[in-house]
Design a protein around this ligand. Sequence first.
Ligand SMILES: *Cc1c(COP(=O)(O)O)cnc(C)c1O
Length: 424
Amino acid sequence: MQAIVDPVELSEAGARAADAADPLAHCRERFRFPRIDGREVVYLTGNSLGLQPRGAPDAVIQELDDWARLGVLGHHDARDPWLTYHEQFRQPLATLVGALPHEVVAMNSLTVNLHLLMVSFYRPTPERFKIVIEGGAFPSDSYAAQTQASHHGFDPREAVVVVGPRVGEATIRTDDLEELLEREGDSIALVMLSGVNYLTGQWFEMERITRSARAHGCVVGWDLAHAVGNVPMRLHEWDVDFAVWCSYKYLNAGPGAVAGAFVHERHARAGLPRFAGWWGNDPSTRFEMQPDFVPREDADGWQLSNPPILSLAPLKASLAVFGEVGIEALRAKSVRLTGFMEGLLAERAGGRIAVNTPADPAQRGAQLSLVVKGAGRETRDRLEQAGVIVDFREPNVIRAAPAPLYVSYADVWRFVETLQSVLT
Ligand SMILES: *Cc1c(COP(=O)(O)O)cnc(C)c1O
């Protein structure tokens, strides 16, 4: 999984040469860039909201047109019939997360999917009721864990176990997680971490953690919000129980885009309890309108409603780009591009900037989380005025994500130059 890469020479000429030799350079043309003062920005917030694929408007307009032309007949007669519209996402999503096509489904939004899958996969007993989440988890995940625990009658202060970094460290050691499993594994029902932590950019050792947790009899679910479209994964092979993700970060499917979910095939036929809706029913009997639910025996069986076609359409444009490029090629550029950013920052601003993200490329994706001494939100604002978009998280973290689909080495150069001048 670890890509072997040549580092890029830490200079403007190095950046230009790397762009000229970049086999993915053309992908940039597939996206629309915001402009500030007439100039394309350096966009380092693809981990928050990915840029618009140029194919997105056409994909949406096709559905608006088919709706206008066909009305209800569009369910069968649209160019991409709505009845089966969501099925076209199975293969491309499965490829991205390393799953079998029937193990994934595009549906709902992320936190909704998290709750729906916890309904099936968090089945606490008086002996085994804890949920492990990471310290510094995204608030929504933390709320979901706490309210699921209290929904089952447990005190969330006791049921939700937070594993954090050691004092003085920024990221979480897998050894510490394993030590927790060793100590409390018998009482842990669910281990639910994010694949890549949104704040530090740490890519957890997903395979190893999944194996250890399952060996202790725990269910393992991953929130892949910052991992999907960013790092390669093998959910099926790793024997992950379930996973969820959103599609508006590295997947570039637009604000509030339709999210995704993975359910390992070994659970599909297990008759797991769930909150059901008609779209999860076996399609061969769905329209018989019978009162008793017969789930489809795959990830589709967790769907509730007929899908929002207009919101799904941009995902089609986005996944088309991923399909052409492939996550492995993307990852190879990502490792090199992020390494270039890291090297430049160390050389040009090393005294003032600490990087919270792991230095090991195998433990991070396309994001560096920077703690800039004596600087806060105003640094972000000044960068924006200079045409560089990064994001700031309280109290002092600047996140910069060189998403390899559309960020160039020259962009990274411009970012570090601009940061340096803003700081002096
Ligand atoms: C972005 C993100 C969310 C956002 O949740 P939505 O339901 O899409 O609003 C939740 N969890 C994590 C880990 C995230 O990174």
